[in-house]
Design a protein around this ligand. Structure first.
Ligand SMILES: CC(C)(COP(=O)(O)OP(=O)(O)OC[C@H]1O[C@@H](n2cnc3c(N)ncnc32)[C@H](O)[C@@H]1OP(=O)(O)O)[C@@H](O)C(=O)NCCC(=O)NCCS
Length: 292
């Protein structure tokens, strides 16, 4: 649980529903430093219950309370505005230890509604967002670490059956069509199950990923693909339906990269070895880390 009295040296990300964002640093002597955009917030104080933010005239302008329940679900320490200013009622704030976690495009931040609803499970460094198509609430979308979403990506977990006289979802629209016997026998929705996207996957613009698909680690989904079947690790797939264009590396290299699984390293190790991860010498990387 967040110790509100001990936040000096930490970072804070404040976001409202209009996506206006403040990135702040809790500096010494209760001074706030803005990381991007200048902020009205200049000072902070805490007690056991609140963090308060003040303007340059030391007027309290925001007051946040820690929310333990949501923090557990979300994986970050989350604060919620505590009624000081109704004009800001949609504000929430996240407190993190390291500036790297303030990555603005993090999928976890951008799609936090789905994370909180338990539909989306996504690791820390994955970035970008997708449009969620028709979705069965029973089904999860599981996304690994370091996944890169480009623009206009749709992930959809549900189809309509095509073998009935009509594809119209009568069973879903009970309010309009209330024939219990009929409804029990006609399940128009078809659902192929959980969508799983591995680690270090790059998903190109305008792609669509259909239900039940698993995308392997290191795969690339070319722009405008429609992914209807599983994608093997380190494959580049493209087209409608998406087919393997080529593999990024040899089968031996892929097997070893999967065992090394650098995406499971802690941030410090990734940071220390970034020049080796962002490097075309695949064999040098494998030689150094495979037997580790
Ligand atoms: C797949 C991609 C990464 C290129 O990979 P590559 O291995 O360098 O591919 P090449 O350009 O050499 O093309 C290889 C083959 O794939 C085909 N191909 C490339 N992109 C394709 C696509 N989006 N859909 C279908 N086929 C595609 C090429 O036509 C070529 O076919 P051929 O062998 O029959 O001539 C790139 O085309 C792509 O789609 N990038 C995504 C861009 C994007 O969405 N950016 C968003 C911002 S991050």
């Amino acid at each position: 649980m967040l110790d509100l009295k001990n936040i000096e040296g930490k970072y804070c990300y404040i976001q409202n529903k209009d996506n206006k964002i403040n990135l702040l640093y809790f500096d010494k002597n209760n001074v706030i430093k803005s990381i991007i955009n200048d902020s009205r917030i200049k000072y902070w104080t805490t007690n056991d219950i609140f963090i308060s933010f003040y303007d340059c005239e030391k007027q309290e302008i925001l007051r946040f309370r820690f929310n333990d329940e949501l923090s557990k679900k979300y994986g970050y320490d989350i604060l919620f505005l505590d009624g000081l200013n109704v004009a800001h009622e949609n504000l929430s704030a996240i407190i993190v230890e390291h500036s790297i976690e303030l990555w603005l495009h993090s999928t976890r931040f951008l799609m936090n509604d789905l994370v909180i609803a338990g539909i989306l499970d996504v690791k820390k460094h994955s970035y970008g967002k997708f449009i969620i198509g028709d979705h069965d609430p029973k089904d999860k979308i599981i996304i690994g670490d370091y996944v890169q979403f480009a623009n206009n990506i749709v992930i959809t977990s549900r189809s309509h059956r095509t073998d009935l006289v009509s594809t119209f979802p009568f069973d879903e629209l009970r309010i309009y069509y209330n024939h219990p016997e009929l409804l029990n026998s006609c399940h128009v929705s078809k659902n192929n199950g959980i969508i799983t996207i591995g680690n270090d996957v790059w998903i190109g613009d305008d792609s669509m990923i259909l239900s039940g698909v698993t995308i392997g680690d290191g795969a690339v989904i070319a722009a405008r693909s429609v992914v209807t079947k599983d994608v093997p690790p380190y494959a580049i797939v493209g087209g409608v339906p998406a087919k393997v264009i080529r593999y990024r590396f040899t089968p031996e290299q892929i097997e070893k990269l999967e065992k090394i699984a650098w995406w499971n390293w802690d941030d410090e190790k990734v940071s220390k070895n970034m020049d080796k991860i962002a490097n075309p010498d695949i064999d040098a990387f494998i030689n150094e880390f495979y037997e580790e």
